[in-house]
Design a protein around this ligand. Structure first.
Ligand code: SAH
Length: 468
């Protein structure tokens, strides 16, 4: 079984740092039923490939009762696909050989694990029901997929094709650790080996390696079932933990809900969000910003206001949700815009949690009602991306004021205004966070109340204005 990982990122030999494996050396590690060899068939500044060759010992498997049970035919215990097909042994080898890379650490080059690389991976061979199944599992993660099928026996064509494929995955911009996690989880899912041992630890591994992408995967249930070998005692609690009552809402529903479901009084709700957007737009005018980022732009309500400001030359609206961006295109009638207007605007998909060089060189960035949609534990990544790397001249961040929540009768203590909110901060929490960010990245910051004042509870929203 052979896995190769290739990048054309420059210099491509960064792959060696990322994997913590020196391209000049062949390394061999022992795994329970065989060995994994790691080597680099090519390592130049333009293109670098790391290979992991897995050598499984079928006899060792038999001795340890880990091989096929031999129900099929007399010699099945000895003659089987385990040495050749990608299976849970590959996951074991990945986590043993590339554990540091999978955890996103790189001692020598700490920034590298967050960099989005052009990556290509080839696995020879994976078992799968058919090529479509491979597509269903990998395409939602953004891969371009090629598969090669093999006849069961080239000398007996009437037997048709085998269930083994060479799988080739290509991604234009992905963190290496994400590629490794995808393979780690999905290979055993495809293999569906019923002799695979499942316990609580397996469920934890799935949650750990899948946390960042599995909840959004359309086949998350199938993946969870297969990974946990259909054992109901593990599958159900794991699905619950995975989704954590936070079933990812389709972005369309989300967009509608952000406004409509917020338990803000029916009439105030439109105007509160409009007030926020108007206030931020006003601030951008005051700053005289010409190049403006709208981060988490949603359906483009702020973009519309910015297009109306003549001093704004270019707006980059970025959102993680493709559906939101499509809505923005429609609502702003981008297709019908005159060319000069259209040139002022770029709408693009991206995540605020990963370094994105396109965000550099702007005068101001608006982040309106977005941070509370990020996991609190990922705010450090957001801070890195926006304040350390993109470094706009000014950053305008709005977020709900949790102190005000007591004013909403429909909201019990500790509950959030919207089901996709991961946290809501008091005025004190927000200002502590803002002061820390400003200090760490050379900005000064002031915080303003936003919306109608309600005595000791303050206002429903709060705005931080950071200036460099
Ligand atoms: N700023 C808009 C939308 C706010 S709703 C407005 O004020 O109208 C929050 C938006 O953040 C959603 O569109 C959601 O898709 C986006 N979002 C959530 N997580 C994100 C991430 N990691 N990167 C970029 N956008 C994200």
């Amino acid at each position: 079984m052979l896995l190769t990982i290739t990048t054309t990122h420059q210099p491509a030999t960064d792959l060696g740092y990322l994997l913590h494996k020196n391209p000049a050396r062949l390394q061999t590690i022992d795994i329970a039923y065989g060995q994994a060899h790691i080597f680099y068939p090519e390592a130049t500044a333009e293109r670098c490939t790391a290979a992991l060759l897995l050598d499984i010992d079928p006899i060792g498997l038999v001795r340890n009762h880990r091989g096929p049970a031999g129900e099929g035919f007399a010699l099945e215990q000895y003659v089987n696909d385990r040495p050749y097909a990608a299976s849970s042994f590959l996951s074991t080898a990945l986590s043993k050989a590339f554990n540091t890379a999978m955890n996103g650490t790189c001692k020598d080059r700490p920034e590298l694990p967050e960099v989005l690389l052009p990556l290509e991976a080839t696995v020879a061979v994976v078992p799968a029901a058919n090529a479509e199944q491979l597509r269903r599992l990998f395409a939602p993660l953004g891969y371009e997929i090629d598969t090669q099928a093999y006849p069961l026996d080239p000398t007996v064509p009437e037997w048709g094709e085998s269930r083994y494929f060479t799988l080739q995955l290509r991604h234009p911009a992905l963190r290496l650790r994400d590629l490794l996690s995808h393979l780690y989880v999905l290979i055993p899912v495809l293999d569906n080996d019923k002799h695979y041992w499942v316990n609580e630890a397996e469920a934890d591994k799935l949650l750990h390696r899948g946390a960042a992408w599995l909840p959004q995967h359309p086949d998350r249930e199938f993946i969870t079932r297969r990974y946990l070998r259909n054992l109901a005692e593990f599958v159900n609690p794991t699905l619950e933990r995975l989704l954590d009552g936070d079933e990812p809402v389709s972005p369309l529903v989300l967009a509608a809900a952000t406004e409509a479901d917020a338990p803000e009084p029916a009439q105030a709700k439109q105007s509160l969000h409009d007030q926020r957007l108007d206030r931020v737009a006003e601030e951008i005018r005051r700053l005289g910003a010409r190049r403006v980022l709208d981060l988490g732009c949603g359906e483009g309500k702020l973009v519309r206001r910015l297009l109306a400001q003549p001093q704004v030359e270019h707006i980059l609206g970025l959102d993680v949700s493709v559906r939101e961006l499509q809505r923005a295109q429609q609502r702003l009638h981008v297709a019908e815009m005159p060319p000069r207007q259209r040139e002022r605007l770029t709408l693009t998909q991206g995540s605020l949690l990963y370094h994105d060089p396109r965000l550099a060189g702007y005068d101001a960035a608006a982040v309106v009602e977005v941070i509370e949609h990020l996991d609190e534990s990922r705010l450090a990544a957001f801070e890195q991306v926006v304040f350390a790397r993109a470094q706009p001249g000014a950053v305008l961040v709005t977020t709900p004021n949790a102190d005000y929540n007591q004013r909403y009768e429909s909201l019990s203590a500790g509950e959030f205004r919207h089901q996709d909110h991961r946290f809501e901060w008091s005025r004190e929490q927000f200002s502590a966070w803002a002061a820390g960010v400003a200090e760490r990245h050379g900005y000064r910051v002031r915080i303003e109340p936003l919306g109608p004042e309600a005595g000791e509870f303050g206002t429903p929203s709060q705005l931080a204005v950071f200036e460099r």
